[in-house]
Each structure stands twice: as C-alpha cells, then as structure tokens.
Design a protein around this ligand. Sequence first.
Ligand code: SF4
Ligand code: SF4
Length: 297
Amino acid sequence: MEYETIIGVASGKGGTGKTTVAVNLSLHLAEQQPVTLIDLDVEEPNDNHFLHRSMAHFQDVGLLRPEVDEDSCTHCGLCAELCEFNALAVLPNQVMIFDELCHGCGLCSLACPENAITENFHKLGEVTRSDNSLSSESSIYEKNLTFYEGTLNVGEAIATPIIHELKKIAFDRKKDEQVILDLPPGSACPVVEGLSDLDFVILVTEPTPAGEHDLRIAIELVKQLELPFGIISNRSDVGDDRIIRLVKENDYPLLLEIPHDTEILHLYSRGLPLIGTTQRFNELFKRLWTNIKEGNK
Ligand code: SF4
Ligand code: SF4
C-alpha cells in the first residue's frame, strides 16, 4: 500500500487521540512522498491547530432548499407524503418547511403538480485548502503535504453535504497521492458518509470501559461497510487489558500501542505535532505505517 489509497482515521468517541494519529501519520509520510490530509470533522476541525498552515477558501458547500409559492399551491399534500425526512407539513392553507430536516434532495420540487416549489441555495459551510505556495524556506512538510478542512457553519445541523464534497476531493487526490482522512468521532450519519468506500480504516481507542464500548460499535460499523481495519490502543498502559483481550479473542489486527507519555501531552498542549521532535515518535509512526502495509498485503 503506497499511493492510490485513502485511509480513514476514526474513533467511536472523541478524545482518543484520533487527530494526533491522523496529523502525525500524514507528516511522517510527507517526509518521503506527496500526501493529502483532509479534516472531515467538520463540526470541530482540529488538525490545523497542529499544522499551522495558512488556509484559503476552496469552495462553499450548501444545499437547495424548497420555497413554496402559496398562491400556486393547492395544498394537495403530495410533497409532504414524498419527503422521507419529514421536512414538510401541509396544512389546509399553508405548507410548513422544517429547514433543519431538509436534505435538499429536490424530490418535492420535482413532484409538485403545480410547479409551486422553487429551490434556493443555502450555504451550510465551506472547504478551505492549505496555501502551498513555496519559498526557499518551505519545509518538506509544506512541500509534500496538502491539507483540506471542512467547516460547518454554527447553528447548522446537516454535515453530510460538506463531508460528501471532501470525499470527492479525496478520490480525486488519491490518483497521485496518499490520502489520509481525519473522520468525525462517533457512528452517526457523518461518520458513515466519511467511511464509505475507503481502502483502510484505523480505529483509535483507549483501554477504558467507554473506549471499549465505543470501539465495539465502530467495529460493527466498519464490518457492515465491509472495510478492512486495524486498531490503535492509545494510552495503552493506562486502564486495563480489555482492548488486548478484545483484539486477541476476535483476531483483530492491532496496529500499534501508544503508551502514556507526558511528552505527547506537552506537545499537544502547545499545539505541536510529534513528528520532527524526537526520534522515538518518528519510529512510532514508521512502525504504524509498516503494520498498515503488512496488514494489507
Ligand atoms: S405538492 Fe405542490 S401543490 Fe401539493 S402541497 Fe406541495 S407545494 Fe402544494
Ligand atoms: S428537498 Fe427533499 S428533503 Fe427537502 S423538503 Fe423537499 S423532499 Fe424533503
């Protein structure tokens, strides 16, 4: 596994070290090859806190929301009947639209027999891209690592259209580069959208009851999507041996154990990546990449 792959870094819950893994694996690979890192955690994008790249607008993302012309509407009820998201309610004299439920599928406007529904673009958020203009001072990471970030506007409920656009970028970039996706935590719709069709998934967890519980859910999800995966146990010497037991009982691939390390916390609290600081962190991510490749032979 070298180029032409998209690897997702996921976790059943937040705070397990997913961002640390996604950012540092990307930086490790960028020492040798072109890499694209995409932050799909659009509600709380964090990767750039550790990359410090200057970002430029790439594209707005939104959806087409319906608007009803009440003068043309006969209040037949067809649009509400067809909307699978229950975003419409037809009253005798009014059509109510629940914007936060509308997924912009366009079915209601297509189906309306009176052509009473028009669609208006509604911006949900945006995608930004790292500024890769190079100077003689540019580091190997700036030369080789391209970074995209999606951001959902405050107050918006639907993240999947932004993740969908970021995935399109990922599939386009994978022709020439190794692509790493930092997925949202959890197992809801944005995660499913982010995971679909990936080549490999790294599940980051920690050896605690909550970590094991959420890891089991994440494993069920990637199995249902028929995706190959491996597990990283972070802070592996804090807590008990529950992750090791789970891995052994089910013959799951354990990619890496990252012991608790105060140096990692210090770097994290200062917004610094691990790669490029001490040799042992470089070795850690070298081992991770070797294990990913071994597991995918
Ligand atoms: S389908 Fe058209 S005419 Fe019927 S209730 Fe909806 S907007 Fe009105
Ligand atoms: S665009 Fe689709 S989701 Fe939105 S109200 Fe119409 S049918 Fe429902």
